[in-house]
Design a protein around this ligand. Structure first.
Ligand SMILES: Cc1cc2nc3c(=O)[nH]c(=O)nc-3n(C[C@H](O)[C@H](O)[C@H](O)COP(=O)(O)OP(=O)(O)OC[C@H]3O[C@@H](n4cnc5c(N)ncnc54)[C@H](O)[C@@H]3O)c2cc1C
Length: 318
C-alpha cells in the first residue's frame, strides 16, 4: 500500500494526480480484507486494472484506489456442456498474455485481443472489442466481489446475453459520477472464465502477430494514450474517427494533448499533457462535432478521480 501515489505511473495516458492511498492486492483474500477495511472506515474505493482506458484528474483520486493488476494466473478446466474448452484467468492477467497462453495450448477465440493493453478485469468490465470480436463473444462466467457497506460477498456471475451490448457489460452501472468508485451492489471482477474452441498453435500465433502489427502500423503505441477516445455509435453510420476527421480536427490540440494526426479518434499525450488539457480538448471536439455534424459523441475513456465542481460535462457513460 502506498500513499499519495501518482496515478500517472498507473495509466497508459501517463496522466493523473495522486491517489490518497493505492493498494495492489496479490490474493483474493487480501482484496476482500482491503475493501472491507476501507469501506468500514467510510473511505471511497476506486477499482482500476491496467489503467489503459482511464483519464485520471490532475487533482488525483480521493480515498483508496485498489488495482486488481496483481491477481494474475491462468488455468484450464473441464470442457463445458457444449464441449468448449474452458479457461479461467485472474482479473489482473494481461489480455495479451492470456491470448498467448491460449494459442500455445491450441485454444482459439482470444487471438484478436493480442496486444490489447490492459487486464482481463478491465476488458470484461468494458466489454472490450477488437477486430469485430467482443469479450462477450467468449465470456462464460466471472467470479466477483460484490460490494456492500455491511460486508462484501464473493459471487459467480454467469453469461446472460441480454445483459451485454457494444462496450456494455453487467458490471458497469456504478451509481456515482465516477465509474471507478464502488457503490452498493457493484462488483469487482476477481477472475473470468472463457469458452474457447480448438485451433492450431502456429495459425493462432500468426493471427496474433497480424493484429499486433496492425495496431503498431495504426500508431497505437506512438505516444501515450488511452486508445479510442469516443465510442463508435452505429446510428452515426460511420466511425467516430472519420466524423472527427471530417470536422477538420485531426492534429487539433489543447496544451500538450492532441488529436493524433494519423487517427481522429485517438487523443495523445505529446509529453507533459495535463488531464485538464485532455478534458478541454474532448469538450471542444464534442462541441464542434455536434455543431458541424449534429452527432453527440460519447466518451469511451473513463474519467476518474477528483474533477470537483464541473457538473456540466457529461464524460462518463459506463
Ligand atoms: C493503445 C490502446 C489501444 C486500445 N485499443 C482498444 C481496442 O481495440 N478495443 C477496446 O475495447 N479497447 C481498447 N483500448 C482501451 C483499453 O485497452 C480497454 O478498455 C481495456 O480493456 C481496459 O482494461 P484495463 O485493465 O486497463 O482497465 P482500466 O483502464 O484500469 O479500467 C477501465 C474500467 O474498468 C474497471 N475495472 C478495471 N478492472 C476491474 C475489475 N477487476 N473489476 C471491475 N472493474 C474493473 C475500472 O473501474 C474502470 O471503470 C485501447 C487502449 C490503448 C491504450
Amino acid at each position: 500500500m502506498r500513499f499519495d501515489e501518482p496515478m500517472a505511473a498507473h495509466t497508459t495516458f501517463r496522466i493523473g494526480g495522486p491517489a490518497d492511498c493505492y493498494a495492489e492486492p496479490g490474493t483474493v483474500t487480501q482484496l476482500v480484507n482491503l475493501v472491507d477495511v476501507f469501506s468500514s472506515a467510510g473511505c471511497p474505493v476506486s477499482v482500476v486494472g491496467g489503467g489503459s482506458n482511464l483519464l485520471v484528474a490532475d487533482r488525483g483520486i480521493r480515498g483508496a484506489v485498489i488495482s486488481t493488476a496483481g491477481l494474475v494466473g491462468i488455468s484450464s478446466g473441464e470442457p463445458d456442456q457444449a464441449g468448449a474448452a474452458v479457461v479461467t484467468a485472474g482479473a489482473g492477467t494481461l489480455m495479451d498474455d492470456l491470448a498467448g497462453w491460449c494459442a500455445d495450448r491450441e485454444l482459439a477465440g482470444l487471438e484478436r485481443f493480442a496486444a490489447l493493453p490492459g487486464t482481463v478485469g478491465g476488458a470484461v468490465f468494458m466489454n472490450a472489442r477488437c477486430y469485430e470480436r467482443s469479450v462477450s463473444d467468449v465470456f462464460r462466467e466471472a467470479e466477483c466481489l460484490v460490494f456492500a457497506a455491511r460486508g462484501c460477498t464473493l459471487e459467480k456471475h454467469g453469461m446472460n446475453a441480454a445483459e451485454w451490448d457494444y462496450k456494455k457489460s453487467p458490471f458497469q452501472g456504478r451509481t456515482g459520477p465516477d465509474p471507478t468508485v464502488l457503490s452498493e451492489g457493484s462488483t469487482i471482477v476477481v477472475s473470468a472464465r472463457f469458452a474457447l474452441s480448438r485451433g492450431d498453435r502456429g495459425d493462432l500465433r500468426r493471427e496474433m502477430a497480424k493484429y499486433a502489427a496492425d495496431r503498431e502500423a495504426k500508431g497505437h503505441f506512438r505516444f501515450p494514450s488511452a486508445g479510442s477516445m469516443f465510442k463508435n455509435d452505429r446510428a452515426f453510420g460511420k466511425p467516430s474517427g472519420k466524423i472527427i476527421d471530417e470536422a477538420g480536427l485531426r492534429g487539433f490540440s489543447v496544451g500538450k494533448a492532441r488529436v493524433a494526426p494519423w487517427h481522429g479518434n485517438i487523443v495523445v499525450n505529446e509529453g507533459g499533457a495535463t488531464a485538464d488539457d485532455v478534458r478541454m480538448l474532448v469538450e471542444e471536439i464534442r462541441r464542434r462535432v455536434l455543431e458541424t455534424a449534429g452527432f453527440d459523441l460519447e466518451c469511451e475513456v473513463v474519467f476518474a478521480g477528483d474533477w470537483r465542481a464541473d457538473t456540466t460535462f457529461r464524460e462518463n457513460t459506463v
